[in-house]
Design a protein around this ligand. Structure first.
Ligand code: 13P
Length: 254
């Protein structure tokens, strides 16, 4: 049995003050939703504050990025040990990191290794862009991103993988549930080849890209979709709560 997992990636939104407001608005209800992991990923500056607010609840915390070196002269960067006692999850290789900050597959691989070494649970993001999709290259791109990220990693531990097609992020044009499930099923097959069947069956896979309270049901009805990574809709308490509630209900009924 895979425990469903919904994470809210707040991206570069909220100040410390508005982050506090958002958490206060939803934490009571969110805490009560059973049978599902709920992860909030605020910006770095709010991690500590949000962490204190959710202490003693069932809500977990994640960071949106980190550097792969453990310490040193890397002005402006955040290291794995800095996050280790602050949060449980770490988003790695988000497409916005790859596009705007030049993150390569090699860097993603180093970050994944660093997260596993320090004991943070990675949420590894992969996804093809529109051009690649239209050229029929989705399978090749995903296979390449997943295998490159996992180079020389003996055990994935609790790693989560999120399929986030770039054309679906922030566009209001989500993938269809079938499209998303097909790619996540492909990822499970890649994991079987790279590791083994047991790892592939136990690894948790998410879909991300324009998920909201209206379309969540279709996604989490799918057998290979264990949860979602939510951007815009995670900044609205009622929306995020509804997404988590629906996921919990649908997965519990299965
Ligand atoms: P949106 O939900 O805003 O499309 O963003 C998805 C995403 O990139 C989550 O990491």
């Amino acid at each position: 049995m895979r425990i469903p997992i919904v994470a809210g990636n707040w991206k570069m939104n909220t100040t410390i003050e508005s982050a506090v407001g958002l958490v206060q608005e939803m934490k009571g209800e969110l805490d009560k939703i059973p049978g599902i992991e709920k992860v909030l990923c605020p910006p770095f500056v709010s991690l500590s504050t949000v962490g204190n607010l959710i202490k003693g609840t069932s809500i977990e915390l994640g960071a949106q990025n980190m550097y792969f070196e453990m310490e040193g002269a890397y002005t402006g960067e955040i290291s794995p040990p800095m996050l280790k006692n602050l949060c449980q999850y770490i988003i790695i290789g988000h497409s916005e990191r790859r596009i705007f900050f030049g993150e390569t597959n090699e860097m993603v691989n180093k970050k994944l290794k660093a997260a596993l070494k320090i004991g943070l649970i990675p949420i590894l993001c992969v996804g093809e862009n529109l051009k690649e999709k239209e050229a029929g290259k989705t399978e090749a791109v995903i296979t390449n991103q997943v295998s490159a990220a996992m180079q020389e990693i003996a055990s994935l531990q609790k790693t989560v993988i999120a399929y986030e097609p770039l054309w679906a992020i922030g566009s209001g044009k989500a993938a269809s549930a079938t499209q998303a499930n097909t790619v996540l099923n492909l990822i499970r097959n890649i994991i079987t080849k790279l590791y083994d069947e047991q790892t592939a069956q136990s690894i948790r896979l998410q879909y991300g890209g324009s998920v909201n309270s209206n379309n969540i049901g279709e996604f989490v009805e799918m057998p290979d979709i264990d949860g979602v990574l939510v951007g815009g809709a995670s900044l609205k308490a009622a929306e995020f709560l509804s997404i988590v509630e629906q996921t919990s209900k649908i997965k519990q009924a299965k």
